[in-house]
Design a protein around this ligand. Structure first.
Ligand SMILES: NC(=O)c1ccc[n+]([C@@H]2O[C@H](COP(=O)([O-])OP(=O)(O)OC[C@H]3O[C@@H](n4cnc5c(N)ncnc54)[C@H](O)[C@@H]3O)[C@@H](O)[C@H]2O)c1
Ligand SMILES: O=C(O)[C@H](O)COP(=O)(O)O
Length: 527
């Protein structure tokens, strides 16, 4: 069966061509939410730009969907939480349109400074009003950049080439990054008081919504100019309108709006406001870049892989992928084992990464997520995957902890998964050897289990005559034992028998094993 992809906003032909080599592609723009809800169930992937609102309703109906691709940066038109709950990977193309948006910002700044749109319209009307369109030079002016990410930094470089002094605010970027570029980083309050022109380049998130508002505009220089080529809503449009009418703000250059299209906005009626219809990313080059990027990511996901710019799965840096993959497998198997041997519902899980593995830091989130996935797969009907495992676990009241330490005792690296049920806390430990992952401890017992295939774990009293009858029972039922370990220290002590078997063992046979003399509990697990 071939995969079906819906492209619901205009996507560059280069991206469509790549998709068509691997899937059936339908290009259908301007669909309503109802239309999308009706047809979305047929598709394995959806590719959008900012035009399609991918709502929870649409996602809910997307039963085959594995991937939603955003051919651009902002994923605010996609209900990522709903996609995550449904296990759908969402990714974007974060770098493809950086320069397009940067150049648009500089173009808007210069156009605003020299009244180019207004002068253009006037001359085309047959007027010749040279004195009406007196402008300002940007040379020597102070540009305040709010949000010093990809676009903010590129804007800064170009403004410096125009001989502007650039200052910036970004709470997540160290001051040294700015200093290395000759940009002074400061608080947003200070930036607002110092800048002649302010340009915003943040995502629209709670901390940036109406970051530029009535109160902050009041602290700015009279005659300040504002630019928004990022997201509508970072600047409070009502406050901007009032401040322009009051003469506090000299002008604004807007590419994005609180409501798009902004046909009802009074800002469109003001001469000193210049506008474009969300064109920041609209260059041939940028559209080609983002289309190619999401097309390849889409194919990677449909082939069962991951998306390199996924926004709702933990990211693993390319340089550690080969190292981390065996630990991810180990974690998945340990999670699966924990769910199969736990007595009662698991309420808490802790993943402890000890020794060298602890150095992999944020990459470990991926290992943890797979551990949770392994655990949930044993108890859920709905599919758990790398995307939704954590939210499903949280929804089931499972608290997840991660711990790292450089100390791993006799091992270079050791992973311990501890889980809590109403009966108490138990743990499973594993390592990665040259031959692959091994489970080296279950609770108090030392083990050496290759985590794959079928295993019987039988708690028993370590005394003569216990192991043999278990072998007899399995033999009687045609179950072949491929390997066996018994972990117990002294005669008469509690011990764990680990039997790797070639086939699934039925519950009836397991009951027989469990009631065999000396066996106190027995579980069949699939790893
Ligand atoms: N107009 C367009 O067509 C167009 C095109 C591309 C991107 N964009 C938008 O431009 C914006 C920037 O894109 P980017 O690629 O540079 O993103 P980015 O993630 O590289 O940069 C965003 C920066 O904002 C910073 N930030 C987050 N919260 C902040 C806060 N409260 N105060 C100050 N800074 C904060 C982050 O630390 C980050 O450095 C996004 O909103 C994106 O959607 C618009
Ligand atoms: O976030 C983005 O990438 C921009 O807003 C561009 O949006 P577009 O792809 O719809 O032009």
């Amino acid at each position: 069966m071939s995969f079906k992809v819906l492209v619901s906003d205009p996507l560059a032909a280069e991206g469509i061509a790549i998709l068509k080599e691997f899937c059936d592609v339908d290009e259908k723009a301007d669909l309503s939410e109802d239309e999308l809800v009706r047809i979305i169930g047929e598709y394995d992937a959806l590719i959008v730009r900012s035009g399609t609102q991918v709502t929870a309703r649409i996602i809910q109906a997307a039963d085959r969907m594995k991937y939603i691709g955003r051919a651009g940066v902002g994923v605010d038109n996609i209900d990522c939480e709903a996609a995550t709950r449904k296990g759908i990977i969402v990714s974007n193309a974060p770098e493809g349109n950086t320069l397009a948006a940067t150049e648009h910002t500089i173009a808007m700044m210069m156009a605003m400074a020299r009244n180019i749109p207004q002068a253009n319209a006037s001359l085309k009307k047959g007027e010749w009003k040279r004195s009406k369109f007196m402008g300002n030079e940007m040379n020597g002016k102070v540009l305040g950049v709010v949000g010093f990410g990809r676009i903010g930094r590129e804007v800064a470089k170009r403004a410096q080439a125009l001989q502007m002094t650039v200052i910036a605010y970004d709470p997540f970027i160290p001051a040294e990054v700015g200093a290395a570029m000759g940009v002074e980083m400061m608080s947003v309050a200070e930036l607002f008081t110092k800048a002649d022109v302010i340009t915003v380049h943040t995502p629209l998130i709670p901390s940036t919504t109406h970051l530029v508002n009535k109160e902050s505009i009041a602290t700015m220089k009279t005659g300040v100019r504002l630019i928004n080529c990022a997201r509508g809503g970072i600047i409070d449009e009502a406050a901007l309108y009032d401040a322009i009418v009051a003469g506090k703000v000299a002008g604004a250059a807007l590419d994005v709006y609180e409501v798009e299209p902004p046909t009802e906005s009074p800002l469109l009626k003001l001469d000193s406001v210049i506008v474009t219809p969300h064109l920041g990313a609209s260059t041939v080059e940028a559209q080609k870049n983002v289309a190619i990027s999401v097309a390849y990511q889409c194919i990677d996901v449909l082939k069962g892989g991951s998306a390199k710019s996924a926004v709702n799965t933990p990211q693993v840096s390319a340089d550690v992928k080969a190292k981390i993959d065996p630990y991810a497998l180990l974690s998945e198997k340990m999670g699966s084992l924990a769910a199969q041997i736990a007595d009662g519902a698991i309420t808490e899980v802790e993943f402890a990464y000890l020794g060298e593995i602890a150095d992999l830091k944020q990459n470990l989130k991926y290992v943890t997520r797979l551990g949770i996935k392994g655990m949930l797969e044993q108890v859920l009907h709905e599919p758990a995957n790398i995307v939704n495992a954590e939210v499903i676990a949280q929804g089931r009241g499972i608290t997840i902890f991660e711990k790292t330490s450089s100390e791993a005792g006799d091992y270079k690296s050791l992973v311990t998964l501890s889980y809590t049920t109403e009966k108490g806390r138990e743990s499973i430990s594993g390592i990665v050897t040259r031959a692959g992952p091994r489970i080296i401890a279950i609770g108090k017992y030392a083990t050496d289990i290759v985590p794959s295939g079928f295993v019987i774990l039988a708690d028993h009293v370590n005394r003569p005559g216990v192991v043999g009858p278990v072998g007899m029972i399995l033999g009687k039922h045609n179950v072949n034992i491929s390997s066996m370990q018994v972990g117990g220290r002294n005669v008469g002590s509690e011990s764990l028998m680990i039997l790797a078997v070639d086939d699934v063992v039925s519950p009836e046979v397991m009951k027989e094993v469990a009631s065999s003399d000396g066996i106190t509990a027995a579980k069949f697990v699939r790893l």
